[in-house]
Design a protein. Structure first.
Length: 517
């Protein structure tokens, strides 16, 4: 049976290549040369759907023009949809799905869950094909490049940055929003309900509410440790099931603690994200919501919550009207026109395909190669890898660049990037300290083939639901008491975070809930 299924898949794949190759073809009945991308992800889940939809946008945009210029010979783009079933299925299913088509594709793009990706990416590594990771943040996956470069040099990040940077941006966003909320409460003075006035210790109260899942375990521990250091009083931690249909008990307890902010992390099905928004309003909990909400990134979230998500803020990738780069708005609008949805972070497959297109064109031109087999084949693929490692590209949400293999070996699996390596990326760095630029399996985020982090590179954004639209509100520029004050306060080794992208919308503070009725 398995062989029959495989033959059926292979037949459909070949038919797809013929159709793609003939699309827009010239005379004589000759098939146009093709570059084939496997799009791997959980295709029955919204995360995989966004990977596929974004890849289709990239394919159609490229094929509507001359194609990919490989040494003067234009190649069309073809996609193969690989359902890894990695949300609901076992790793073996993901392995079988990719293994069935790996010999017939040039590149692999996608991925989502760490446990599955860690196993099925090996299929691409063994046959020496580049895999652009667009869905898995876990730094340990990228660290494999450092541990065994020859085997994992084909593994690149082209989606969200690793979890250390993710949490760093999350804390930066929460701290900035906290400053705006605090200033607003102080402005309203005695009109604020006494329990919610800014405390004498000047620390806003914050409740941690997250899914009770393995992916949140480290984030819970980190939040409990770092948020007090960042000026918050943590009033408690509550964990709920990703499929919960009633969290009123937890929200009642949170409301009794009178927090100014609820710090959330929801990544699973729609249930808990929508339930939270609805029951928070029903219970009259005025606290601002700041955190992670993967489901909440979708346009449908407004409908699912009947608009009760209004005012909620989440770490995100794209927002309506936001222009993180000159390419943002065109991609965002095209994605919405195609799908009726806002893109979530796994839609980074669009940028991954264009990143590979640029690399292929540059390397083939430099080496006078006119066939994709020359560029992506095992004999010459090191040239493509070197180009990706040493170049940068402006995508739809940031400038993509990669950390180098660390020059300093500190022993025990701990490395550091040298001053020369760091200054090549951050030329305005005031002073170099080796301890600031570590690379390790955990806690050292500056990992080879992982995204460079900072205001000139990948930052992430904070989006807020405002009257039916999800708009970008962070990074934001603070000017009170002075811009100079915040420029200094919000500058770290990566750069100055007191800035905002074009199209950033002013954050809305739902002050009514804090006021005396």
């Amino acid at each position: 049976m398995k062989r029959i299924v495989f033959l059926a898949v292979a037949s459909l794949f070949v038919l797809g290549l013929v159709l793609s190759g003939c699309a827009g073809g010239g005379g004589g009945g000759e098939e146009e040369p093709i570059i084939t991308f496997a799009i791997a992800g959980p295709m029955t889940q919204f995360q995989g759907e966004h990977e596929w939809w974004a890849a289709e946008l990239a394919r159609d945009e490229i094929n509507s023009g001359p194609g990919v210029n490989v040494g003067g010979v234009y190649h069309r783009v073809a996609l193969v949809r690989v359902d890894t079933n990695e949300v609901l299925g076992a790793p073996d299913e993901s392995v079988d799905a990719l293994e069935a088509i790996i010999d017939d594709v040039d590149f692999v793009v996608g991925g989502f869950t760490t446990a599955n990706v860690a196993i099925y990416r090996e299929i691409a590594m063994y046959v020496q094909k580049i895999f652009m990771n667009c869905g898995t943040a876990t730094g340990s996956l990228q660290y494999s490049v450092v541990e065994d470069y020859d085997h994992y040099k084909y593994w690149f990040k082209s989606g969200l940055y690793n979890e250390v940077f993710l949490v760093t941006s999350l804390y930066k966003m929460a701290t900035t929003i906290g400053q705006v909320l605090k200033a607003t409460l102080e402005e309203y003075g005695d009109a604020v309900v006494e329990d919610y006035r800014v405390p004498e210790d000047d620390k806003l109260r914050l409740a941690i509410l997250m899914e009770d899942g393995a992916w949140c375990a480290g984030l819970v521990t980190s939040a409990q440790h770092y948020l007090p250091l960042l000026g918050f009083t943590v009033v408690g931690t509550w964990l709920v099931s990703a499929t919960a249909t009633d969290i009123s008990t937890e929200l009642t307890q949170i409301a009794a603690a009178r927090p100014h902010i609820v710090f959330t992390a929801f990544g699973g099905p729609v249930a808990v994200a929508a339930v939270y928004s609805s029951q928070r309003i029903e219970l009259g909990l005025p606290a601002m919501t700041v955190g992670i909400n993967v489901e909440g990134q979708q346009k449908q979230h407004w409908v699912n919550t009947e608009g009760k998500c209004n005012g909620e803020i989440m770490l995100d990738t794209w927002g309506k009207g936001l222009q993180s780069t000159p390419k943002t708005a065109a991609f965002f609008d095209a994605f919405v026109d195609k799908t009726g949805e806002y893109p979530i972070y796994t839609a980074g497959t669009y940028d991954a395909i264009f990143q590979l297109k640029e690399a292929i064109e540059a390397v083939s031109a430099a080496n006078d190669w006119d066939d994709i087999a020359d560029v992506a084949g095992p004999d010459n693929i090191d040239a493509l890898i070197q180009y990706l490692e040493t170049s940068s590209r402006v995508g739809t949400n940031y400038r993509t660049a990669y950390y180098s293999m660390p020059a300093i070996d500190l022993g025990g699996g701990l490395y550091a990037l040298s001053e020369a390596q760091i200054r090549a990326l951050y030329p305005t760095l005031a002073a170099y300290s080796q301890a600031d630029w570590l690379c390790a399996a955990s806690g050292g985020p500056h990992i080879a083939h992982d995204l460079v982090y900072g205001p000139d590179y990948a930052t992430g954004i904070g989006s807020q639901w405002q009257d039916g639209h999800k708009v970008g509100v962070w990074p934001m520029q603070l000017t009170v008491p002075s811009q100079e004050y915040w420029d200094t306060a919000l500058t770290d080794k990566y750069g100055c975070w007191n800035f905002e992208y074009p199209g950033t919308t002013d954050v809305v503070i739902p002050i009514e809930g804090f006021l005396v009725s």
